[in-house]
Design a protein around this ligand. Structure first.
Ligand code: GTP
Ligand code: MG
Length: 198
């Protein structure tokens, strides 16, 4: 798949407003500020395709990017969850939209779950893994910001997450990733290729 050809398609606040549900898409989910939008920019080799920010909660809509011109292959940047400053009612509302999207989107082929390697498997990360498991939706975990740890510590973190998710090893793959250092790009693209090929 030619990820460099990615272009912004549209933003949607809810499932009902998403673009036509055909072809195949891969969605990036994860805690607010984990590095989802940065990962999309890294994989597509574009600096500012998905908007990134130091301020958590930057991405508040479901953002769609097409790969190539035919609209049938898409990357999806989901809003982050768990941002402390958002009122509880807004958090619950967004969790409902996320559940609706995951359960209702027929073209969704796989979920990229982005987790800061220093803070993996938050409570809602685990909820999301449960939802994915309910529908046999494959998940690829990016343990990102790996550049923040020494190589040995990063490998340990990877091993610990693998051990904790052993029961889901048929559905879940896990790797280290760094947008800053562009590490793990080939491995991630290979997994996405498997989902987006027809
Ligand atoms: P929301 O849209 O708020 O949910 O956040 P997000 O998950 O899209 O995070 P985003 O990509 O905006 O990145 C958040 C912050 O982390 C930014 O300051 C990024 O520069 C930084 N960041 C992202 N990836 C990496 C990485 O691999 N290494 C380092 N050192 N910083 C990173
Ligand atoms: Mg974002």
């Amino acid at each position: 798949m030619n990820y460099q050809s990615a272009r912004f398609l549209t933003s949607a606040p809810t499932l009902a407003q998403c673009p036509s549900d055909d072809g195949a898409e891969v969605a990036f989910a994860g805690r607010s500020n984990a590095g989802k939008s940065s990962a999309i920019n890294t994989l597509t080799r574009q600096k500012a395709l998905a908007r990134t920010s130091r301020t958590p909660g930057r991405t508040q809509l479901i953002n769609f990017f097409t790969l190539g011109d035919d609209m049938t292959r898409r990357l999806v940047d989901l809003p982050g969850y768990g941002y402390a400053k958002v009122p509880e009612a807004v958090k619950l509302e967004w969790q409902r939209h996320l559940a609706e999207y995951l359960h209702g989107r027929g073209s969704l082929r796989g979920l990229v779950l982005v987790m800061d390697v220093r803070h993996p498997l938050t409570e809602f990360d685990q909820t999301l893994l449960g939802w994915a498991d309910d529908q046999d939706m494959p998940v690829h975990i990016l343990l990102t910001k790996a550049d923040k740890l020494k190589s040995g510590a990063a490998k340990n973190a990877l091993q610990q997450v693998r051990n904790r998710l052993r029961e889901w090893e048929d559905l879940v793959t896990i790797q280290l990733f760094s947008s800053l250092k562009r590490e793990g790009v080939d491995e991630a693209c290979a997994r996405l290729d498997g989902w987006l090929a027809d």
